[in-house]
Design a protein around this ligand. Structure first.
Ligand SMILES: Cc1ncc(C[n+]2csc(CCOP(=O)(O)OP(=O)(O)O)c2C)c(N)n1
Length: 370
């Protein structure tokens, strides 16, 4: 992993002898801030790529940077992540290369799954970042299974899974929570309550006031945290990690936040919520809140932020340039890497294409001109 391993030293800019929050060093606090900025810039550029017609789809995490970085920063290399589609910052913090993520968005020949997944569906075995499933809630039971395996094998890994407020209405949420609590699986359920499931507000999702209360019914600890306060999220995750490590089992962490952008590039939130509501939440932008905290500690300056942003933008531009210049995967790869024994019907389709004069041409839009 890249950022969390950085122990850092006090710089001359931080007020001397000042006790820094959560026992973090100045360089760790900066790493958290920089990871949040990277997430924001990444989301911004990728949504623009979709608007320019250069990629087919994007789902951003605007406003949810503290939920991502606060949780992921508390994890260790051996821990496992079962994400939803809204955690690009977690993948980046784990050390998944920016280039690899961009290759997924373009579905090019260097993409680890050769364009077989939708954009935004990253995966990296090496970084213990599980393949993203679009199907709401499935990652919850998978995470519990992984946590149980770790417990049985005594390998001391903790498993963290992310899902949304909409995800709490899925059967898998119930099954996963019940099983994990009963068998004390070392698992953390990071429920990102961004208040919407596409256009459905949380008030129409459940009749409980506080989603963390659902934990009581399963006999596990449930905590509601300000999901826009990155250090509060970090602290709560550390505590949940501790419970998991000493055999006290799972924790439900409700990270209360707001999805500040559209659900995805296919969504227009102005059709179901007011500008005033969004503006109210933007005043509590998690990056701005943390920036003010760092400024009061003498760590943040305008020049520092400008430097970090310039470097991030250069890296993203470079990754886009490379991803866009790479060829598409060969069409034959459509038939490879999924089945260990190829089904007959699939092979018949491949034969059909081979006998077709021009083979199969893939377009940039991912449509098949057949
Ligand atoms: C089982 C299932 N039902 C419906 C959908 C369509 N769908 C995609 S995203 C989404 C909303 C999920 O909302 P939430 O769990 O709150 O997560 P968020 O998108 O807010 O991060 C829905 C209903 C799906 N992907 N899977």
């Amino acid at each position: 992993m890249s950022i969390t391993q950085d122990q850092g030293k006090m710089s001359t800019t931080a007020k001397q002898h000042q006790k820094l929050p959560e026992g973090l060093t100045e360089s760790q606090l900066k790493a958290i801030y920089e990871a949040m900025l990277l997430t924001r810039e990444y989301d911004d550029r990728c949504l623009k790529l979709q608007r320019q017609g250069r990629i087919g789809f994007y789902a951003g995490s605007f406003g949810e940077e503290a939920c991502q970085i606060g949780t992921a920063f508390a994890l260790r290399e051996q821990d496992w992540i079962f994400p939803s589609y809204r955690q690009p910052g977690v993948a980046l913090l784990r050390g998944v290369p920016l280039q690899s993520m961009m290759n997924n968005l373009f579905g090019n020949s260097a993409d680890v799954v050769e364009g077989k997944q939708m954009p935004v569906h990253y995966t990296s075995r090496e970084h213990h970042f599980l393949s993203i499933s679009s199907v709401i809630g499935t990652q919850v039971i998978q995470a519990v299974g992984c946590a149980m395996a770790a417990k049985i094998k005594k390998d001391e890994a903790v498993v963290l899974t992310y899902f949304g407020d909409g995800g709490t209405s899925s059967n898998d949420f119930h099954s996963g929570m019940n099983f994990a609590a009963t068998f004390k699986a070392p698992c953390i359920f990071a429920l990102v309550n961004n208040q919407y499931a596409i256009s459905v507000p949380v008030s129409k999702q459940t009749s409980v006031e506080c989603l963390a209360d659902k934990a009581k019914a399963y006999g596990m600890t449930g905590i509601q945290v300000d999901g826009n306060d990155v250090l509060a999220v970090y602290r709560a995750t550390k505590e949940a990690m501790q419970r998991a490590k000493v055999g006290e089992g799972p924790t439900l962490l409700e990270l209360k936040t707001y999805r500040a952008g559209p659900h995805s590039s296919s969504d227009d939130p102005t059709r179901y919520r007011s500008k005033e509501e969004t503006e109210k939440w933007l005043k509590r932008d998690p990056i701005l809140l943390f920036q003010k905290e760092l400024e009061s500690l003498g760590i943040w300056t305008e020049a520092y932020e400008a430097d970090v942003k310039a470097s991030i933008q250069n890296k993203i531009s470079e990754a886009i340039k490379v991803a866009e210049s790479l060829p598409q995967p060969p069409w034959e790869s459509l038939f490879e890497g999924v089945y260990s024994n190829d089904p007959q019907a699939l092979m018949a389709q491949k034969e059909d294409i081979l006998t077709h004069e021009s083979g199969l041409e893939l377009t940039n839009e991912g449509e098949f001109p057949l």
